[in-house]
Ligand binder design. Structure first.
Ligand SMILES: COc1cccc(N2C=Cc3cc(S(N)(=O)=O)sc3S2(=O)=O)c1
Ligand SMILES: [Zn+2]
Length: 262
Protein backbone atom coordinates (compact mmCIF):
# COMPACT_ATOMS: atom_id res chain seq x y z
CA UNK A 1 0.00 0.00 0.00
CA UNK A 2 1.11 3.54 -0.51
CA UNK A 3 1.90 4.61 2.98
CA UNK A 4 2.13 1.62 5.30
CA UNK A 5 5.91 1.56 4.78
CA UNK A 6 6.19 5.21 5.70
CA UNK A 7 4.89 6.44 8.98
CA UNK A 8 4.45 10.07 8.14
CA UNK A 9 6.18 12.17 10.72
CA UNK A 10 3.69 13.90 12.97
CA UNK A 11 3.09 17.23 11.35
CA UNK A 12 4.30 19.85 13.75
CA UNK A 13 1.87 22.78 13.43
CA UNK A 14 4.91 24.90 12.54
CA UNK A 15 5.20 23.14 9.19
CA UNK A 16 1.72 24.42 8.33
CA UNK A 17 3.19 27.84 7.77
CA UNK A 18 3.94 29.02 4.24
CA UNK A 19 6.72 26.46 4.17
CA UNK A 20 8.15 27.15 0.75
CA UNK A 21 9.22 24.02 -1.05
CA UNK A 22 12.42 24.92 -2.93
CA UNK A 23 11.18 25.96 -6.40
CA UNK A 24 7.66 25.15 -5.22
CA UNK A 25 5.46 26.88 -7.75
CA UNK A 26 2.64 24.31 -7.80
CA UNK A 27 1.78 23.80 -4.15
CA UNK A 28 -1.57 22.72 -2.68
CA UNK A 29 -4.15 23.43 -1.37
CA UNK A 30 -5.47 26.53 -3.14
CA UNK A 31 -8.56 28.71 -3.17
CA UNK A 32 -10.63 27.88 -6.27
CA UNK A 33 -11.88 31.20 -7.67
CA UNK A 34 -14.90 30.00 -9.62
CA UNK A 35 -15.13 32.94 -12.02
CA UNK A 36 -11.42 32.52 -12.90
CA UNK A 37 -11.69 28.79 -13.63
CA UNK A 38 -11.67 27.91 -17.33
CA UNK A 39 -14.23 25.49 -18.79
CA UNK A 40 -12.47 22.73 -20.75
CA UNK A 41 -14.80 20.71 -23.01
CA UNK A 42 -12.08 18.07 -23.40
CA UNK A 43 -12.46 17.06 -19.74
CA UNK A 44 -14.20 13.68 -19.51
CA UNK A 45 -16.40 12.21 -16.78
CA UNK A 46 -14.48 10.44 -14.02
CA UNK A 47 -14.48 6.64 -14.22
CA UNK A 48 -13.92 4.97 -10.85
CA UNK A 49 -13.92 1.19 -10.49
CA UNK A 50 -13.27 0.30 -6.85
CA UNK A 51 -13.24 -3.27 -5.50
CA UNK A 52 -14.21 -3.30 -1.77
CA UNK A 53 -12.22 -6.55 -1.38
CA UNK A 54 -8.99 -4.56 -1.81
CA UNK A 55 -9.68 -2.66 1.43
CA UNK A 56 -7.08 -3.77 4.01
CA UNK A 57 -6.63 -1.61 7.09
CA UNK A 58 -7.30 1.65 8.81
CA UNK A 59 -4.62 3.44 10.79
CA UNK A 60 -3.77 6.62 12.63
CA UNK A 61 -0.55 8.03 11.18
CA UNK A 62 -0.34 10.90 13.64
CA UNK A 63 -1.70 13.34 11.10
CA UNK A 64 -4.99 11.86 9.88
CA UNK A 65 -6.53 8.40 9.70
CA UNK A 66 -5.94 6.45 6.51
CA UNK A 67 -7.96 3.62 4.96
CA UNK A 68 -5.47 1.65 2.88
CA UNK A 69 -6.11 -0.49 -0.15
CA UNK A 70 -4.13 -3.30 -1.73
CA UNK A 71 -2.55 -1.53 -4.70
CA UNK A 72 -0.51 -4.49 -6.00
CA UNK A 73 -2.98 -5.00 -8.86
CA UNK A 74 -5.31 -2.82 -10.93
CA UNK A 75 -8.39 -3.84 -8.96
CA UNK A 76 -9.40 -0.40 -7.68
CA UNK A 77 -8.81 2.20 -10.33
CA UNK A 78 -9.55 5.74 -11.48
CA UNK A 79 -9.41 6.89 -15.08
CA UNK A 80 -11.03 9.50 -17.31
CA UNK A 81 -11.53 13.04 -16.06
CA UNK A 82 -8.36 15.03 -16.86
CA UNK A 83 -6.25 11.87 -16.76
CA UNK A 84 -4.56 10.17 -19.72
CA UNK A 85 -3.55 7.06 -17.80
CA UNK A 86 -5.07 4.56 -15.35
CA UNK A 87 -4.46 5.26 -11.66
CA UNK A 88 -4.61 2.81 -8.76
CA UNK A 89 -6.32 3.69 -5.45
CA UNK A 90 -3.88 3.34 -2.57
CA UNK A 91 -5.57 5.14 0.34
CA UNK A 92 -8.10 7.70 1.41
CA UNK A 93 -8.06 10.04 4.40
CA UNK A 94 -9.64 13.27 5.63
CA UNK A 95 -8.74 16.75 6.93
CA UNK A 96 -11.00 18.52 9.43
CA UNK A 97 -11.26 21.40 11.93
CA UNK A 98 -11.91 21.66 15.64
CA UNK A 99 -15.23 23.32 14.76
CA UNK A 100 -17.64 23.01 11.85
CA UNK A 101 -16.62 26.50 10.71
CA UNK A 102 -13.42 25.31 9.06
CA UNK A 103 -11.36 22.22 8.30
CA UNK A 104 -11.13 21.81 4.53
CA UNK A 105 -7.85 22.32 2.65
CA UNK A 106 -9.25 23.65 -0.61
CA UNK A 107 -11.81 26.47 -0.58
CA UNK A 108 -14.24 27.65 -3.24
CA UNK A 109 -14.38 31.44 -3.50
CA UNK A 110 -12.85 31.45 -0.02
CA UNK A 111 -15.66 29.29 1.34
CA UNK A 112 -14.42 26.83 3.96
CA UNK A 113 -16.00 23.45 4.60
CA UNK A 114 -15.82 21.53 7.91
CA UNK A 115 -13.83 18.69 6.33
CA UNK A 116 -12.36 17.35 3.08
CA UNK A 117 -11.90 13.76 1.85
CA UNK A 118 -8.85 12.83 -0.26
CA UNK A 119 -8.78 9.65 -2.35
CA UNK A 120 -5.14 9.07 -3.34
CA UNK A 121 -4.28 7.21 -6.56
CA UNK A 122 -1.00 6.61 -8.45
CA UNK A 123 -0.25 6.19 -12.15
CA UNK A 124 0.07 2.42 -12.64
CA UNK A 125 0.39 2.75 -16.43
CA UNK A 126 3.70 4.59 -16.06
CA UNK A 127 5.10 3.37 -12.73
CA UNK A 128 5.29 0.01 -10.95
CA UNK A 129 5.44 1.37 -7.40
CA UNK A 130 3.65 4.15 -5.55
CA UNK A 131 6.97 5.37 -4.20
CA UNK A 132 8.20 5.99 -7.74
CA UNK A 133 5.00 7.72 -8.85
CA UNK A 134 4.93 10.08 -5.88
CA UNK A 135 8.13 11.73 -7.17
CA UNK A 136 6.91 12.27 -10.76
CA UNK A 137 4.92 15.22 -12.05
CA UNK A 138 2.12 13.05 -13.42
CA UNK A 139 2.45 10.39 -10.77
CA UNK A 140 -0.55 10.96 -8.51
CA UNK A 141 -4.22 11.82 -8.85
CA UNK A 142 -6.14 12.87 -5.74
CA UNK A 143 -9.92 13.31 -5.69
CA UNK A 144 -11.03 15.94 -3.17
CA UNK A 145 -14.59 15.87 -1.82
CA UNK A 146 -15.96 18.53 0.54
CA UNK A 147 -17.96 17.44 3.59
CA UNK A 148 -20.86 19.46 4.98
CA UNK A 149 -22.67 18.85 8.27
CA UNK A 150 -26.20 17.61 7.73
CA UNK A 151 -27.81 14.22 7.55
CA UNK A 152 -25.98 11.13 8.73
CA UNK A 153 -23.91 9.38 6.07
CA UNK A 154 -24.86 5.70 6.34
CA UNK A 155 -21.84 4.46 4.36
CA UNK A 156 -19.43 6.42 6.57
CA UNK A 157 -20.72 4.89 9.81
CA UNK A 158 -18.70 1.64 9.42
CA UNK A 159 -15.58 3.79 9.28
CA UNK A 160 -16.70 6.01 12.19
CA UNK A 161 -17.28 2.89 14.32
CA UNK A 162 -13.66 1.81 13.76
CA UNK A 163 -12.11 5.14 14.86
CA UNK A 164 -12.20 4.51 18.65
CA UNK A 165 -9.98 1.46 18.03
CA UNK A 166 -7.24 3.65 16.46
CA UNK A 167 -7.36 6.67 18.77
CA UNK A 168 -3.60 6.93 19.18
CA UNK A 169 -0.88 7.63 16.63
CA UNK A 170 0.55 4.47 14.97
CA UNK A 171 -2.45 2.31 15.90
CA UNK A 172 -3.77 0.13 13.08
CA UNK A 173 -6.65 -2.32 12.78
CA UNK A 174 -7.87 -4.59 10.01
CA UNK A 175 -10.60 -2.92 7.97
CA UNK A 176 -12.17 -4.81 5.10
CA UNK A 177 -14.90 -4.64 2.53
CA UNK A 178 -15.33 -0.89 2.45
CA UNK A 179 -16.40 0.58 -0.89
CA UNK A 180 -14.99 4.11 -1.14
CA UNK A 181 -17.40 4.86 -3.99
CA UNK A 182 -20.06 5.38 -1.29
CA UNK A 183 -18.15 8.51 -0.23
CA UNK A 184 -18.33 10.13 -3.67
CA UNK A 185 -21.10 12.66 -4.38
CA UNK A 186 -23.98 11.56 -6.60
CA UNK A 187 -22.70 13.84 -9.37
CA UNK A 188 -19.01 13.24 -10.16
CA UNK A 189 -19.18 14.89 -13.60
CA UNK A 190 -18.74 18.42 -12.20
CA UNK A 191 -15.23 19.08 -10.88
CA UNK A 192 -12.32 21.50 -10.96
CA UNK A 193 -8.85 20.23 -11.81
CA UNK A 194 -5.34 21.70 -11.51
CA UNK A 195 -1.72 20.59 -11.08
CA UNK A 196 -0.54 20.73 -7.48
CA UNK A 197 1.20 18.93 -4.69
CA UNK A 198 0.81 16.75 -1.62
CA UNK A 199 -0.51 18.95 1.18
CA UNK A 200 1.66 17.31 3.83
CA UNK A 201 5.37 16.44 3.71
CA UNK A 202 7.04 15.48 1.42
CA UNK A 203 4.84 18.13 -0.37
CA UNK A 204 5.98 16.74 -3.73
CA UNK A 205 4.51 18.45 -6.82
CA UNK A 206 3.20 15.28 -8.40
CA UNK A 207 -0.58 15.59 -8.02
CA UNK A 208 -3.34 16.06 -10.56
CA UNK A 209 -6.03 17.43 -8.25
CA UNK A 210 -9.68 16.68 -9.04
CA UNK A 211 -11.92 18.65 -6.66
CA UNK A 212 -15.62 17.74 -6.74
CA UNK A 213 -18.12 20.58 -7.07
CA UNK A 214 -20.80 18.64 -5.20
CA UNK A 215 -20.20 17.95 -1.50
CA UNK A 216 -21.32 15.02 0.64
CA UNK A 217 -23.16 15.32 3.95
CA UNK A 218 -22.16 13.75 7.26
CA UNK A 219 -23.81 14.24 10.66
CA UNK A 220 -22.46 16.47 13.41
CA UNK A 221 -21.98 13.37 15.59
CA UNK A 222 -20.03 11.53 12.89
CA UNK A 223 -17.66 14.47 12.50
CA UNK A 224 -17.30 14.69 16.30
CA UNK A 225 -15.84 11.17 16.30
CA UNK A 226 -13.11 12.34 13.86
CA UNK A 227 -12.18 14.91 16.54
CA UNK A 228 -11.92 12.20 19.19
CA UNK A 229 -8.78 10.90 17.49
CA UNK A 230 -5.38 11.90 18.89
CA UNK A 231 -2.21 13.22 17.25
CA UNK A 232 -0.23 11.58 20.03
CA UNK A 233 0.80 8.00 20.71
CA UNK A 234 -0.34 6.10 23.79
CA UNK A 235 3.04 6.57 25.53
CA UNK A 236 3.02 10.38 25.38
CA UNK A 237 1.95 11.98 28.62
CA UNK A 238 0.18 14.94 26.99
CA UNK A 239 -2.57 13.82 24.63
CA UNK A 240 -3.45 16.18 21.77
CA UNK A 241 -6.77 16.04 19.89
CA UNK A 242 -6.42 15.41 16.19
CA UNK A 243 -8.07 18.57 14.83
CA UNK A 244 -7.13 21.34 12.36
CA UNK A 245 -4.96 18.90 10.35
CA UNK A 246 -5.16 21.03 7.21
CA UNK A 247 -2.53 23.06 5.40
CA UNK A 248 -2.89 26.80 4.77
CA UNK A 249 -3.63 27.82 1.20
CA UNK A 250 -0.77 28.24 -1.22
CA UNK A 251 -0.16 30.80 -3.98
CA UNK A 252 -1.62 29.94 -7.39
CA UNK A 253 1.61 31.08 -9.15
CA UNK A 254 -0.10 31.61 -12.47
CA UNK A 255 -1.74 28.17 -12.63
CA UNK A 256 -5.10 27.78 -14.36
CA UNK A 257 -7.89 25.86 -12.68
CA UNK A 258 -10.02 24.11 -15.29
CA UNK A 259 -13.67 23.17 -14.80
CA UNK A 260 -15.55 20.26 -16.37
CA UNK A 261 -18.78 22.26 -16.33
CA UNK A 262 -19.99 25.74 -17.31
C1 LIG B 1 7.56 8.53 -0.66
O1 LIG B 1 6.50 9.42 -0.44
C2 LIG B 1 5.45 8.99 0.23
C3 LIG B 1 5.34 7.69 0.74
C4 LIG B 1 4.20 7.32 1.44
C5 LIG B 1 3.15 8.23 1.65
C6 LIG B 1 3.29 9.49 1.14
N1 LIG B 1 2.28 10.44 1.31
C7 LIG B 1 2.53 11.55 2.05
C8 LIG B 1 1.74 12.65 2.16
C9 LIG B 1 0.48 12.71 1.45
C10 LIG B 1 -0.39 13.82 1.42
C11 LIG B 1 -1.50 13.63 0.66
S1 LIG B 1 -2.77 14.74 0.33
N2 LIG B 1 -3.26 15.41 1.68
O2 LIG B 1 -2.21 15.76 -0.51
O3 LIG B 1 -3.83 13.96 -0.28
S2 LIG B 1 -1.48 12.06 0.01
C12 LIG B 1 0.03 11.66 0.72
S3 LIG B 1 0.86 10.24 0.55
O4 LIG B 1 1.12 10.07 -0.82
O5 LIG B 1 0.19 9.16 1.14
C13 LIG B 1 4.41 9.90 0.43
ZN1 LIG C 1 -5.06 14.95 2.24
Amino acid sequence: ACSSKYVLSQMHPMWQGPLAVPGGDRQSPIDIVVRKSVFDSELKPLVTDYDPDTCQQIWNNGYSFLVEYDDTTDKSTLKGGPLQDKFRLCQFHFHWGESNAWGSEHTVDRRLFPAELHLVHWNSDKYSLFEEAVMEDNGLAVIGVFLKVGKRHEGLQKLVDALPTIRHKDSVVEFTRFDPACLLPTNTDNYWTYHGSLTTPPLTESVSWIVMKQHIEVSHDQLAVFRSLLFTSAEEEVQKSMVNNFRVQQPLRGRTVRSSFT
